[in-house]
Design a protein around this ligand. Structure first.
Ligand SMILES: Cc1cc2nc3c(=O)[nH]c(=O)nc-3n(C[C@H](O)[C@H](O)[C@H](O)COP(=O)(O)O)c2cc1C
Length: 193
């Protein structure tokens, strides 16, 4: 298969996998490192390399999920808090192998906007997702729970301009891959010639 078709197969074949349908099998740390190396090749305006990762493995995955659920309990108004959601968050990582929290570290270059730094970090995440697809690793990029709440900056001791982009549940699954669904690209494109 030529490079384009191989890449096309990986990109179009990549699917999100909910942690609830992961099977508990552990990923070795080495493939996780390889995926982080791919992330590190994302495009970056002025070479600021703003992507940052906090990698949880082993018992630390459950510990983080419990702490995350506690933050949900503490920072959710009683009117919207639900015990079912609290419990789901506590156990979301039970069948995952690793969990990676991704954030953008705002640099000091005044010529580079926060939007550009977020774009670069999102590109780094996509590199991980595509690499994981190639390695047969299941992933869900999630912004659920408190991940986009300002308390996350406090929790990870981030600067006020740093931005959490979500967490990646990583594991293996025995579930068959559901076909992807996208509207036609023609509806999202205008050509000027
Ligand atoms: C920034 C971002 C945040 C997401 N957050 C969640 C989430 O909180 N929960 C979830 O189930 N899926 C989440 N997803 C995954 C999407 O649901 C998924 O990409 C979409 O359903 C398309 O499916 P596919 O990735 O298999 O093509 C997120 C995706 C992105 C890009």
């Amino acid at each position: 298969m030529d490079k384009f078709h191989l890449l096309q197969e990986i990109i179009a074949g990549r699917r999100s996998t909910k942690p609830a349908v992961m099977n508990g099998k552990k990923i070795a740390d080495e493939p996780i490192r390889q995926l982080l190396e791919l992330a590190n090749w994302a495009p970056t305006h002025a070479n600021t390399e703003p992507w940052r990762f906090v990698v949880y493995s082993g018992d630390a995955v459950q510990r983080f999920c419990h702490e995350h659920a506690e933050l949900y309990r503490q920072y959710t108004p009683p009117a919207t808090f639900t015990p079912a959601k609290y419990e789901k968050q506590q156990h979301n990582g039970d069948k995952a192998s690793h969990l990676i929290v991704v954030y953008m570290k705002r640099g000091s270059n005044p010529n580079i906007t926060a939007l550009e730094e977020i774009c670069a970090t999102a590109a780094a995440v996509e590199n991980i997702l595509l690499g994981a697809e190639a390695l047969g690793i299941a992933v869900l990029w999630s912004t659920g729970g408190m991940l986009l709440h300002p308390v996350m900056n406090e929790y990870f001791e981030l600067g006020s301009e740093d931005v959490v982009l979500g967490m990646l549940y990583m594991g293996y699954t025995d579930e068959p891959v559901k076909p992807g669904r996208r509207g036609p690209i023609e509806e999202k494109t205008s050509w000027r010639s």
